[in-house]
Design a protein around this ligand. Structure first.
Ligand SMILES: Cc1ncc(COP(=O)(O)O)c(C=O)c1O
Length: 361
């Protein structure tokens, strides 16, 4: 008998499935002029400053990027008032979520995350053959007490997405503080704050401010959401220099491209674009929530740039019917009566709401 080609956990791994690309819909159903509200991208696009910076570096594509991403880490460190040695850049924050597990956990260890939450935590654990506990959310919100209770002596990583994806819900400051204080010190807690810039709840915690509560805390952020650079793949993690150093030993060299590094630095400096994106999202998120509720759909309270809508019947046929109308949203196998809708432009949101009203009637 030959030995297995892959780990048993890799055998069971279901590949990540993103939102359906517009071109794929055109190929499969012949639907043209579709809109995509499925991947939580910024409908206003990238900052003009980021575009200009990207264009300025396009002639240098024959060169490797700065493997240490010096200018980018310098800009991030300055923004947060921290040391550059506490920042690690990633090919999207996705790479860093995976890197945390690869760096700090082995198959004799254990990982904790919520269910439903961002599926990459599960993929990272499965690909490394690291056992995990997926702790059910309560009212679609991370149950931090239950997550703390799921920690075992061999737990090495615990992920919290705040706000969570795909639910959009959040956990408040006091619950996060308790978690950071009470979970045993050997566990690396990852606060995944990919959508934090969209949050407006008064009790929403900024984990950068809570770093004093425990040593093993990593905060991940991304340029893919409010900064509008999803296509360039840039994210970062902030944590103690010792943890960052270990992760740097394991990460791939040259993991963020020249163009991406330059664009991200410029995007950071464009607070005007950020504010515009934030206020657009707040306005349209509220409108989507209100109009969906009027259609009899339940909407989870969202702090992100998307809403999770429970249509109270099998969501798949509704997803398919919306596709035929050229509106791409996101279904989830583990939430069979719900659809996740990214906040689009005002016109896109109107088109989605009209299409959904037709499909539901
Ligand atoms: C909660 C959460 N974390 C991290 C990411 C990863 O984003 P990126 O790799 O583009 O930074 C996403 C993307 O959808 C997300 O929803």
């Amino acid at each position: 008998m030959t030995s297995p080609l892959v780990l048993p956990s890799v055998e069971t791994l279901v590949p990540y499935e993103g939102g359906k690309p517009i071109e794929e819909l055109a190929r499969e159903l012949g639907v043209t002029s579709a809109i995509k509200l499925a991947s939580n991208e910024n409908p206003l696009g990238p900052s003009p400053k980021a575009l200009e910076a990207a264009r300025a570096r396009i002639g240098e594509l024959h060169l490797y990027p700065d493997g240490a991403a010096y200018r980018l880490r310098e800009a991030i460190a300055a923004q947060h008032g921290i040391d550059m040695g506490e920042v690690i850049q990633g090919n999207g924050s996705n790479e860093l979520l995976d890197l945390v597990v690869r760096t700090f956990a082995r198959p004799e260890h254990h990982v904790v995350f919520a269910e439903p939450a961002f599926v990459v935590y599960r993929i990272a654990a499965l690909s490394g053959g690291v056992p995990f506990t997926a702790v059910p959310t309560r009212d679609l919100t991370h149950d931090l007490e239950a997550m703390a209770a799921a920690v075992r002596p061999n737990t090495r990583v615990l992920f919290v997405a705040n706000p969570n994806n795909p639910t959009g819900t959040h956990v408040g400051r006091s619950a996060v503080e308790r978690l950071l204080r009470e979970v045993p010190p050997e566990v690396v807690i990852v606060m995944d704050e990919a959508y934090i810039e969209y949050a407006d709840a008064p009790d929403f915690p900024d984990s950068m401010q809570l770093r004093g509560l425990r040593e093993r805390l990593l905060v991940t952020r991304t340029f893919s959401k409010i900064y509008g650079l999803a296509g360039l793949r840039v994210g970062y993690a902030v944590g103690p220099a010792r943890l960052v150093d270990y992760m740097n030993r394991v990460r791939a060299p040259f993991n963020v491209s020249i163009v991406a590094q330059a664009a991200a630095v410029a995007a950071l400096s464009d607070q005007e674009h950020l504010e515009k994106s934030r206020s657009h999202n707040l306005r349209e998120r509220e409108r989507l929530t209100r109009e969906l509720t009027r259609l009899g759909v339940s909407v989870a309270p969202s702090q992100a740039n998307f809403v999770l809508a429970d249509v109270k019947r099998p969501a798949r046929p509704i997803y398919d019917a919306l596709l035929r109308k050229g509106v791409i949203v996101r279904p989830f196998g583990n939430l069979p009566t719900s659809l996740r809708i990214t906040v689009g432009t005002s016109a896109e949101n109107s088109r989605f709401l009209e299409s959904l009203a037709e499909v539901l009637s």
